[in-house]
Ligand binder design. Sequence first.
Ligand SMILES: Cc1cc2nc3c(=O)[nH]c(=O)nc-3n(C[C@H](O)[C@H](O)[C@H](O)COP(=O)(O)OP(=O)(O)OC[C@H]3O[C@@H](n4cnc5c(N)ncnc54)[C@H](O)[C@@H]3O)c2cc1C
Length: 408
Amino acid sequence: MKTKAFFQAIIIGGGVPGLTTAILLGQAGLSCALIDMAELPSGPLPKPGTRTIALMDSSLNVIKACGAWDDLKPHGAPLKTLSVIDDSSLNVDPLRVDFHARDAGMEAFGYNVANNIIHAVLSKHARACKNITLLTPARVKTIQTEPNVEITLEDGQVIQGDVLIGADGRGSIVRRHAGIDVSERDYGQMAMTCLLTHTRPHHETSVEHHRPGGPFTFVPMHGNRSALVWVEKTEEAQKLLKLKKDDFEQAIQDRSRGLLGKITLEGTPDSAPLKLLYAKSLVALRTALVAEAAHVMSPIGAQGLNLSLRDVAALAETLIDGARVGLDIGAQSVLQNYQNRRRVDIASRIHGVDGFNRIVSNNLVFLRGFRRAGLRSLSAIPPLKKFVMHQGLVPMLDDARILRGEVL
Ligand SMILES: Cc1cc2nc3c(=O)[nH]c(=O)nc-3n(C[C@H](O)[C@H](O)[C@H](O)COP(=O)(O)OP(=O)(O)OC[C@H]3O[C@@H](n4cnc5c(N)ncnc54)[C@H](O)[C@@H]3O)c2cc1C
């Protein structure tokens, strides 16, 4: 008979949120198993992939708490200005509003880093943590959460634990096993992502153009390089993705009205369909969900992973605090505390980003007017602009100590 190893926390999903959860718990002395069906990266860092993440200030504190920022910082480009351009009509001049980090008392709003580099650096730190057992690549065969967590892997290994954490992305098997319902809607949009070099400097500015098909966003990288996230209606995106390299580059130049000069593509663009999904509960019997297992949103405003890292901070803190005072960390009262901490922040971001996506991706004349009037008032009323910067960039709705850079 196979022995059953026991871990305080079992995490399914080794993306960035799953790894940060494991590292925070492991560093605090909790024993963790992390299961992923894919092998985690090892060895030298990969070349940057096309999906980059604008890690905002509080997310950087989560990465710092994991001890990974020194390794990551050389790969990140600072975001000193965020610009929004309403470019909804060819017949009307674009309207631009700039948000400067210095006006919010910050050196930079955050740093832009390729997702695969963040993932590789965190994998290295997870491998180095003695309290983390990596079970990768491994496939889950069965999940049981009563009376305790018991996971059987396809290779016959059985592991047990106090709490199961679903960090296994939008198709989460943990969520399905727990019977947690979701609300979901297909946006009928795709996000095309690519890396570019350009002849004009970006001045450490991320520029989000609002256009009828969806937002079109340049995010700065080191030198005269940027990442592009280009959202379009699915049919239009599929046509664009079939263009020859020169024509695709020209299309980017046209859409951005030559803002960054001559554009040269690095590699081939990637694409992903966009949807809205949110789980009706973050917790179930001995189970908690984080990140895309709980919420998926449009990349507009670069909120997704930042929101996920706030889940991670709140869950890690709740479990560590519970373990320190001798509570059963899989108990419903402990998990309910996590859900209570996250409910308002998640609901406000999900509905805020969804509403914003509808407003900026729509070409109805009254919405166009509403959008431009909104941007104009932001320019004209500095306190309103400051309020929006803080609500958009600093998570005032969450009080996790890790997000404020405090030691647990
Ligand atoms: C185009 C685009 C641009 C974006 N830009 C930004 C941005 O600038 N800023 C931002 O904050 N967010 C951004 N996001 C969102 C961000 O990429 C996601 O929020 C984040 O990657 C989700 O992480 P996750 O771990 O939940 O899911 P995933 O990254 O999908 O990871 C899930 C992990 O679970 C594993 N897994 C799944 N099922 C199983 C199973 N059954 N058994 C074992 N393992 C399993 C997978 O192998 C994977 O490793 C963007 C998203 C898109 C689409």
